[in-house]
Write a protein that binds this ligand. Structure first.
Ligand SMILES: C[S@@+](CC[C@H](N)C(=O)[O-])C[C@H]1O[C@@H](n2cnc3c(N)ncnc32)[C@H](O)[C@@H]1O
Length: 290
């Protein structure tokens, strides 16, 4: 992956250095306001972008850039679109999706789902202050969000552990046109290998804890992508930003193109059969709804 050189600091690794208010413009997307970045505390009171905030902004801007074509498909429909940001936290992604895409589209809604009531209260105030009147924050677990929605896109950036799966399940239940996730660290599947005997033929794959975590994380994301495909989504899996910026970096984007995909379904079935000890709540949740 190529990296962008920062003017005036050839020795600095990209996105590691703070940027002054004067240098900031090159980092902003068209239509991206300093007001929102201030409201999110990504900018200091003096308008500078510190190194951590710069990494965060880079991730989210890149995510939005990669999502833009898929979200335009939803926003271009005559029926107003809804974009659900699952595990929205401070609301970074949802607010930026609103500012850059849904707001300018003059129709459609963004809903941020977040279990932490304090974060929800702050995010609501931010949206109100910015005048984002087609944006809503709902407090509660993603899995408990049952409001029926059509012309839907579900996005999730680093939604913790199985909250990513809850976002996928929500999208599948509601036949979302787009489901896009950047998973966070995940422990659920690693636990099932933990309990398994490592002297089985495939056991060496997860004998050592670090390899167990990596293998479990990998197979979790493979299953997520294959599950989307089996439900008729065209799936791309790419790197979100360079690994030097974040270790939780796999972007899975699914666009609904057909009702179902029997070949992907049988591949998923065959894969799971290789690992009888594997336990993943998403697979159970989906079995119950299909
Ligand atoms: C690592 S933060 C990421 C926040 C935000 N998406 C971002 O990238 O800045 C994960 C957020 O998901 C929330 N969360 C975790 N599990 C959740 C669940 N099951 N339902 C709703 N929110 C959840 C946490 O409270 C936290 O705010």
């Amino acid at each position: 992956m190529t990296s962008k050189k920062i003017a005036g600091s050839p020795a600095d690794p990209p996105a590691r250095r703070a940027l002054s208010a004067r240098e900031l413009s090159g980092e902003l997307q068209h239509g991206q306001s300093r007001d929102l970045l201030h409201a999110l505390h990504l900018l200091t009171p003096a308008g500078d972008l510190n190194a951590d905030a710069r990494r965060k902004l880079k991730q989210i801007n890149h995510f939005i850039g990669l999502l833009r074509p898929a979200l335009f498909d939803v926003l271009d429909q005559s029926e107003p679109a809804t974009v659900v940001d699952a595990g929205t936290g401070n609301g970074y992604l949802g607010l930026l999706v609103y500012e850059l895409l849904v707001g300018p589209a003059a129709a459609g809604t963004v809903i941020g789902l977040e279990v932490n009531a304090e974060l929800v209260a702050k995010a609501r105030k931010r949206a109100q202050r910015l005048g984002f009147d087609r944006m809503e924050f709902v407090q509660g677990a993603v899995a408990e969000f049952t409001r029926p929605l059509t012309n839907l896109a579900v996005v999730a950036l680093h939604a913790c552990d199985t909250a990513t799966d809850d976002a996928i399940a929500l999208g599948l239940r509601q036949q979302a046109k787009v489901i896009a996730v950047v998973p966070c660290c995940q422990a659920e599947v690693a636990r099932s290998f933990n309990a398994a005997r490592s002297n089985e033929p495939l056991g060496p794959l997860w004998r050592h804890p670090i390899q167990r975590r990596e293998f479990a994380s990998h197979i979790t994301n493979v299953i997520r992508a294959l599950l989307l495909e089996s439900h008729g989504y065209q799936v791309t899996v790419t790197e979100l930003v360079g690994w030097e910026h974040s270790l939780k970096n796999e972007l899975i984007v699914g666009r609904k193109v057909q009702r179902a995909n029997a070949q992907a379904r049988s591949q998923l079935h065959a894969l799971i059969q290789q690992f009888p000890q594997l336990r993943m709540g998403l697979l159970d949740a989906v079995r119950q709804t299909t």
